[in-house]
Design a protein around this ligand. Structure first.
Ligand SMILES: [Zn+2]
Length: 333
């Protein structure tokens, strides 16, 4: 069997395929195939590169996946998960995606959303020059031609069958607004997408409607912990034991960042979000803010705003607008 295919579970039979994709934090997306007889479920596809398409196609052939008959499940619509749909899913293919994820992506394709996003960054004091770049990068989510496919929109608790196996859909919003996981209740294995990873702390979505994205993520984390799963099949990096400890670590990691932001605000009141975020220690190999590549800077800004929103929503800090439309932060006594 090709080195990129590995059987990781039996009954249900699960195969992991590493679809190559180089970026700053990972070298591949783990896609999974569940097989039972002639039925197959493919979990995620990988990033849209020629090499990735070749690797995934070869793996599906080797596993004798009947692509017309298979179900194609996407945990979320980031391009390193949904990017190969048009290359590997045949016309009329049976695509399964979160209803909330589709709604969020559709909303992000309107001019109004762009305006909301611009306003949101402006409120944090982000300089105008960065704004249009940020807004443009922010809406670059990979989509595909949905008219070509039979698409089923999924909700929490829906069932996805593969041969004799029944999986349950678990909505795990946070990393994206409509992120899904898939659990097999009997064996308690869970396909968790980017909800929890070992190689990095997954980014948290900035919800355009003002929802507290970090709290949403924490709630999803608790929800998955309550499932009592036996094995986490995540989307990047080697499969490892100790996912429960990792869940705890991820929450603590965010808590430490929140405390750091709180500390800055206590020490230096009335800073803009932009200044606070630049003062926080981020895990990047650059000393100067301006040396950080624009894409990464945008990610940092977004995460910083997610933290500030959470601190405000949980009454740990206050945000005040003194009349110019820009928020200044202060401690809550
Ligand atoms: Zn993702």
């Amino acid at each position: 069997m090709d080195g990129r295919i590995e059987q990781v579970h039996q009954s249900p039979d699960v195969y992991k395929i590493e679809v190559p994709f180089e970026n700053i934090s990972t070298s591949a997306t783990n896609c999974y195939v569940v097989k039972d007889g002639d039925d197959a479920l493919v979990v995620d596809t990988g990033a849209p590169t020629d090499e990735g398409a070749a690797v995934l196609s070869a793996a599906l052939d080797e596993l004798a996946v009947d692509r017309d008959r298979a179900k194609w499940f996407l945990t979320h619509l980031h391009m390193d998960h949904a990017g190969l749909v048009d290359q590997v899913v045949p016309d009329g293919g049976f695509l399964l995606i979160g209803a909330n994820e589709v709604a969020a992506v559709r909303a992000s394709r309107t001019g109004m959303f762009l305006e909301t996003l611009r306003r949101l960054y402006r409120r944090q004091g982000v300089p105008l020059a960065s704004l249009s770049v940020a807004a443009r990068l922010g809406i670059e989510v990979q989509m595909f031609d949905p008219a070509r496919l039979r698409t089923l929109l999924l909700h929490d608790g829906d069932t996805v069958t593969v041969g004799r196996w029944e999986f349950k859909v678990v909505e795990t919003p946070g990393h994206t607004p409509g992120h899904l996981s898939l659990v097999h209740p009997e064996s308690r294995i869970l396909f968790g997408g980017d909800h929890a990873l070992f190689v990095i702390s997954p980014s948290i979505a900035l919800f355009a409607d003002g929802q507290d994205g970090l709290q949403t993520y924490f709630d999803s984390m608790q929800k998955v912990q309550n499932l009592g799963i036996s094995q986490l099949y995540h989307s990047h990096g080697p499969i490892r034991d100790g996912f429960e400890e990792r869940f705890t670590w991820l929450v603590e990691h965010h808590e430490a960042r929140l405390a750091e932001a709180e500390g800055i605000i206590a020490r230096i009141p009335h800073l803009t979000g932009y200044k606070i975020i630049r003062t926080l220690k981020w895990n990047v190999p650059f000393d100067e803010w301006d040396d950080i590549p624009i894409m990464q800077r945008w990610c940092i800004l977004t995460q910083g705003i997610v933290y500030l929103n959470h601190l405000v929503a949980t009454d740990r800090i206050a945000a005040k607008d003194y009349g110019d439309g820009v928020l200044l932060y202060e401690s809550v006594q």
